[in-house]
Design a protein around this ligand. Structure first.
Ligand code: GDP
Length: 196
């Protein structure tokens, strides 16, 4: 798969509006500011691709990107706007949980967590949904360039151990869009899911 050819496809506000039923998709999720857009841009070598998801009016939508005609990257709205009004949060929960629970085309989930602040409340919630729905997870500990290499290894071990007690089916990697760390591993995992 050539991720450089990925194109913005469409945004949706409700999952029953999604008309594409063929092929498979991989969803990206994480707190806002976790580095989700940067990871999609790094993967696809396109500086602006995930900006679609950040334009006003689109931040609460499910944004679809097409890698090839039968394989899509889905950018789920970022979570954790602490000050967001309750209605906005409820809307977010509805659309994201609905997608994760009902979308049969979903092959795997990339969960992004800032390496300095992993496993926050809503990360656990997403992990819980993944367990209940048997969704395979790739965890990326993002912005790993922000801490020293030995600290990265320690943090990786800590998060790995915590996840082992919860999940059977997961992989965890260090990731940095700035330093281009983990991009190949992300690509390989997506290829694996696609070919599975
Ligand atoms: P999103 O809200 O999850 O989509 O996060 P963004 O991709 O927009 O990134 C949020 C902020 O973190 C921006 O200021 C980015 O420049 C910064 N950032 C993203 N990835 C990295 C990284 O790998 N290393 C560092 N040091 N900063 C990053």
């Amino acid at each position: 798969l050539n991720y450089k050819q990925t194109k913005f496809f469409k945004s949706y506000s409700k999952i029953h509006h999604i008309e594409i039923q063929d092929g498979f998709e991989i969803a990206f999720i994480g707190y806002s500011n976790s580095g989700k857009s940067s990871s999609i841009n790094s993967l696809t070598c396109q500086k602006k691709l995930a900006r679609f998801s950040k334009t006003p009016g689109r931040t609460q939508l499910i944004n679809f990107f097409e890698v090839v005609s039968d394989f899509r990257i889905v950018d789920l709205p970022g979570y954790g706007y602490a000050k967001a009004p309750i209605l906005v949060r409820e809307k977010w929960e509805k659309i994201v949980y609905n997608y994760l629970e009902k979308r049969e085309q979903l092959k795997g989930l990339v969960l992004l967590m800032d390496i300095r602040y992993p496993l926050k409340k809503l990360d656990y919630k997403i992990i819980d949904i993944a367990i209940r729905n048997n969704i395979s997870i790739l965890v990326l500990l993002t912005k790993c360039d922000k801490i020293k290499v030995h600290q990265q290894k320690i943090q990786l071990q800590i998060v790995y151990k915590k996840l082992c007690s919860l999940l059977d089916n997961f992989q965890i990697e260090l990731f940095s869009s700035t330093k281009k760390i983990g991009i190949k591993k992300l690509e390989l995992k997506l290829n694996y899911w696609y070919n599975q």
